[in-house]
Design a protein around this ligand. Structure first.
Ligand code: DAH
Length: 336
């Protein structure tokens, strides 16, 4: 056999051996067998090359280098492939990039409520909770909303058709978080400083800005000398913390059965302070309300406020439609 044939044979054998290798240790053994510097088969061929005649040498040398390069390259490729474990026994290529897991997030309204709690917590307000199914005492009577008040119209409330009517009167889904004011005062004595956040229900026609279920935050502070200017300060500080320092706040005279005097609260921020957003109602707790829970109205005063939560969130994030909050559309929810 001449040297060319030997080189061809060497190449074929080496490539076949490399292709058959299944682990790094075997590959190393193959490398030593074929390319090893001391006893490798290639080394023997190189020795043969040295004995070749002058005229043959360029051709043989070229072929030698070619074979050496090809085998080395194949060895390198096989090594890379073995380092990257492609376990195909299960038909799954575990070297493929994984599908990243999307982490869940809190709902934008929950995020807003958590932020509200955090901000008002800094002013000493603790969080109180109340039931969504209420009785008329907490939703109306103790809040100084008399029997004939239009807010009690069955068509404006979700009354429940339950058998409990006999015991404790009719039940309804609460129409405001002011109910929690009563529950807190019934169960504690002044001073009181609480907020309550949660769902309220009204049979409104659903559109871009109305829903028959939405969220409110109620605030209540009662003590021996609580004043209206403190109310305004708390709301202003709250607005600064949530919306930024370019916020303006304004009170407009209004009426609520449970406060006297009562105000409507507007806020304005950004956009050069041009547009006012009506954020809710507030006022000084009506003495009748204090008396209804057994507080002495001659000794204590208090302020209360109630505001819609969706509005803040919509305005901050430029959300055009309140219904987006309740649609569970992940394309919407993932943005927050
Ligand atoms: N409960 C009122 C509403 O749902 C909002 C409100 C107004 C709450 C004045 C208050 C308040 O605590 O003092 O429209």
């Amino acid at each position: 056999m001449d040297l060319i044939q030997l080189l061809n044979q060497f190449e074929a054998d080496a490539l076949a051996a490399i292709a058959a290798v299944r682990d790094a240790a075997t590959l190393e053994a193959v490398r030593i067998e074929y390319l090893g510097a001391r006893q490798g088969k290639l080394r023997d061929l190189q020795a043969e090359l040295g004995k070749a005649g002058k005229e043959e040498r360029p051709v043989l040398g070229k072929r030698f280098n070619e074979v050496k390069g090809r085998v080395s390259e194949s060895m390198e490729q096989r090594k890379l492939a073995l380092d990257r474990p492609t376990v195909v026994a299960t038909g799954v290529d575990i070297s493929l990039p994984g599908t990243s897991v999307r982490l869940g997030k809190r709902h934008p309204l929950t995020q807003t409520m958590d932020e509200f709690k955090e901000i008002l917590g800094r002013f000493g307000f603790t969080v109180a909770d109340g039931p969504e199914v209420e009785d008329e005492r907490h939703n109306f009577e103790a809040l100084n909303i008399p029997d004939d008040h239009p807010a009690r119209d069955p068509l404006d409330n979700f009354y429940l058709a339950t058998a409990e009517k006999a015991a404790g009167g009719p039940r309804l889904l609460r129409s405001q978080t002011s109910t929690v004011q009563i529950r807190v005062m019934e169960n504690s004595s002044p001073p009181v400083r609480v907020i309550s956040l949660g769902r309220v229900y009204r049979p409104d026609t659903i559109d871009q800005t109305h829903s028959c279920m939405f969220h409110q935050m109620e605030g209540l502070m009662v003590g021996e000398s609580v004043t209206m200017s403190q109310l305004k300060t708390v709301l202003r500080l709250f607005a600064h913390a949530y919306l930024g320092h370019d916020v303006h706040i304004r009170f407009r005279p209004s009426f609520f059965p449970f406060t006297e005097p009562s105000v409507e609260v507007d806020m304005s921020w950004g956009e050069g302070g041009k547009s006012w957003l009506e954020i809710g109602g507030a006022g000084m707790v009506d003495p009748n309300v204090l008396a209804a829970v057994g507080y002495d109205p001659d000794r204590y005063t208090g302020f209360a406020f109630g505001m819609g939560i969706e509005r803040f969130c919509m305005r901050r994030h430029r959300i055009p439609d309140i219904r987006l909050f309740y649609g569970s559309d992940l394309r919407f929810l993932r943005q927050f």
